[in-house]
Ligand binder design. Structure first.
Ligand code: MV4
Length: 646
């Protein structure tokens, strides 16, 4: 019996699991890193125990400390969520060894699905359809040439130990196989410490359709329909929906049955997801099985009316499945989007910073937001950049799509770059509305989904200046007064009200600004501009000492600047290279006095589980280095100073 549940995770999934655990009357225990000590999952838990440092390896991945926290808090069970230790068979075994319930599958099932080739062999024995291919022990080039000849080119080389698209290489012809095979082996060895490969028929732009399965400890297994997760970017899901649009009922049932067969072939227990590739002819093939609750489980909950975390907790306590296959409802359609902290104008570089503004859409029927943050929280570079998930349900797919578009329009995030506008463009795209979804969706529509950033034109700046004069943040009494006005007023000179504004690292100064016929309504947070016969409304928010103006579907942050102070500041940091985000210094490649070419890597930062090279903007000599390897640095920290160009 579970009276106290420890959630070994953070962010939205930890909050989500706690919500259900509380509804089931359980005491909830959070674990956290030191920088997460005031995170929502900590504040919402009944108990909270610190694990250690910011890096996952120093906290959320420390099995012994998590187990110790479970004992110290009197927890009978640990829910791993997704990511972190959720698919770590050793952790599942360690929980068992400590007399704790691991809310997930048996360790043996995790092991079985850990290797692509082993998983495929198990599926082959269970007569689950596989992509035509070879995943045998022989790893010599000839074996792969023979297999590819039998399959027919193009073929796809995959690392056996790979996952999430890593270690895949398309081979168009026999002549290209030798080089591709050697290169794929080297990449697999370097990325996974295992050079073993498999080869499959390459399916052109398949759909990613996955089936939610549930098995209990009594050997029962059912499916809770499927999800289409084809809209991905670099193997990161962006939009998910249930059920998969346009699937004939026979195909829906066949995939469900195949998924349950796959799960039962490995003695599965709990929530699992069997991923298939679906080709244009309607044939489906086993891709891999995820032995955890997925990020996108809310869309399945929406169309079945079931709480999958409650199912997990009940099954973990030995209960039978709550429903038989025939009893599983399927009503309406649900679509989810993942709100990520990333810079979509800069190759989706992970973003971090403080959520100066964070407003979720209003609640309501068919609306759901799963998030782990509130306004003012810091989005850290140490963890997955997903901020929240927005889910909309409707009687039809179109209803769900329009509802989700409205939720996106109501969402406000400022202070951290996000993919919010990108998500709206996907949902609004005619191809998405017509359910033309497959794994090639984003590249196929990249021009409309990722247009070149519109320059901030004079009309924007004129609107910004009026917004500033009408809605500018009121200074506190302590700082108010003529000296605080950034308007370049000077004694003895003709009175003039100048406005100096900064937005998107651009500065603009204004002389007299005419706001006649314009107004700002703080109640509706709307700027109303009248220009001749035309009247325009703009959402406008005041946050701290800055404004946020919604312009071309993007929130633009507008702040004042003091032109005098700027002159002094710029003289200090000519040629200075500052950290583009919070992170840690992985490598320092230069030293003072060293001459470098334009584009040379000066140092490497790690942020959001990725490495980022900081390069010299132009050729020059290194004047000073202000950081060292292993150091944690905040966004904006001066890292390297270059000699002033001659
Ligand atoms: C494939 C494929 C085409 N043909 N296998 C990508 C990640 C990994 N889960 C398997 N993936 C693919 N395997 C064959 N034989 C195309 C992909 C693929 C993909 C699959 C699902 C979702 C998004 C994808 C994006 C690119 C490629």
């Amino acid at each position: 019996m579970i009276n106290t549940l420890l959630i070994a995770n953070r962010g939205e999934i930890a909050c989500r699991i706690m919500r259900t655990a509380r509804e089931l009357g359980m005491t909830t225990v959070a674990v956290h890193s030191d920088i997460d000590h005031q995170a929502q999952h900590v504040l919402q838990a009944d108990l909270a125990i610190g694990l250690g440092g910011a890096k996952p390896a120093d906290s959320y991945l420390l099995m012994d400390r998590i187990l110790a926290a479970a004992h110290a808090s009197g927890a009978q069970a640990i829910h791993p969520g997704y990511g972190f230790l959720s698919e770590n068979a050793d952790f599942a075994r360690a929980c068992e060894a400590h007399g704790l319930i691991f809310v997930g599958p048996p360790a043996s099932a995790i092991d079985a699905m850990g290797s692509k080739s082993a998983a495929k062999s198990l599926m082959e024995q269970a007569n689950v359809p596989l992509v035509p291919g070879y995943h045998g022990e022989a790893q010599d080039l000839q074996a792969f040439l023979d297999a590819a000849a039998a399959i027919g080119y193009p073929v796809l080389l995959k690392a056996t130990a790979g996952g999430g698209g890593k270690g895949m290489k398309i081979v168009e012809s026999a002549a290209a196989m030798a080089e591709a095979f050697a290169s794929a082996q080297r990449e697999a060895q370097s990325a996974f410490g295992d050079a073993r490969m498999l080869v499959e028929k390459y399916l052109l732009q398949p759909r990613h359709v996955e089936v939610q399965v549930f098995c209990d400890q009594q050997g029962n297994g059912i499916y809770l329909h499927e999800r289409d997760c084809s809209i991905q970017r670099r193997h990161q899901k962006v939009v998910e929906e249930a059920p998969a649009p346009g699937l004939p009922i026979e195909l829906h049932r066949a995939m469900g049955a195949a998924a349950v067969k796959a799960a039962q072939a490995i003695g599965y227990v709990g929530a699992g997801t069997v991923e298939f590739l679906l080709d244009a002819r309607g044939e489906f093939f086993f891709m891999e099985m995820n032995t955890r609750l997925q990020v996108e489980h809310p869309v399945t909950e929406a169309i079945t009316g079931q709480d999958l975390v409650a199912w997990q907790l009940r099954i973990a306590q030995g209960e039978q499945l709550p429903l038989t296959q025939q009893q599983v409802p399927l009503r309406g359609h649900a679509i989810e989007v993942r709100l990520y902290a990333e810079d979509t104008d800069n190759d989706f570089l992970p973003a971090s910073g403080t959520l100066e503004l964070y407003r979720e859409p209003a609640g309501g029927a068919g609306r759901r937001v799963d998030s782990g943050v509130v306004e003012g929280d810091v989005v850290s570079p140490f963890y997955d950049p997903m901020i929240a998930k927005l889910i909309a349900w409707g009687e039809t797919r179109e209803e769900a799509r329009l509802s989700l578009l409205n939720m996106l329009r109501e969402t406000v995030v400022a202070g951290v770059q996000t993919n919010l506008t990108f998500l709206s463009r996907i949902l609004a795209h005619p191809a998405f509305a017509q359910a033309e979804v497959d794994t090639g969706f984003i590249p196929r529509h990249a021009e409309q989904l990722l247009p070149a950033a519109e320059p901030l034109d004079d009309r924007f700046w004129d609107t910004a200046a009026k917004a500033w004069l009408l809605a500018r943040p009121v200074r506190s009494a302590a700082t108010a007064g003529p000296w605080a006005e950034l308007n370049s007023w000077r004694a003895g000179l003709p009175a003039r009200s100048r406005v100096h504004l900064r937005c998107a690292d651009l500065d603009r100064s204004f002389a007299a600004v005419d706001v006649s016929g314009c107004s700002y309504d703080p109640a509706t947070r709307t700027l109303l501009l009248t220009d001749g016969q035309q009247r325009c409304r703009y959402p406008l928010l005041v946050g701290g000492q800055v404004l946020y103006l919604q312009w071309a579907n993007t929130w633009q942050r507008i702040e004042p600047f003091d032109p005098i102070a700027e002159v002094e500041h710029s003289q200090q940091h000519a040629g200075g290279l500052q950290a583009p985000m919070n992170g840690s210094v992985v490598r320092v490649m230069v030293e003072p006095g060293q001459q470098v070419e334009a584009g040379a890597v000066l140092l490497v930062l790690e942020a959001m589980k990725m490495e980022h090279s900081i390069r010299a903007a132009e050729a020059g000599r290194v004047k000073a280095v202000f950081c060292s390897e292993g150091e944690l640095i905040a966004e904006g920290t001066l890292l390297v100073e270059m000699e002033d160009a001659p």
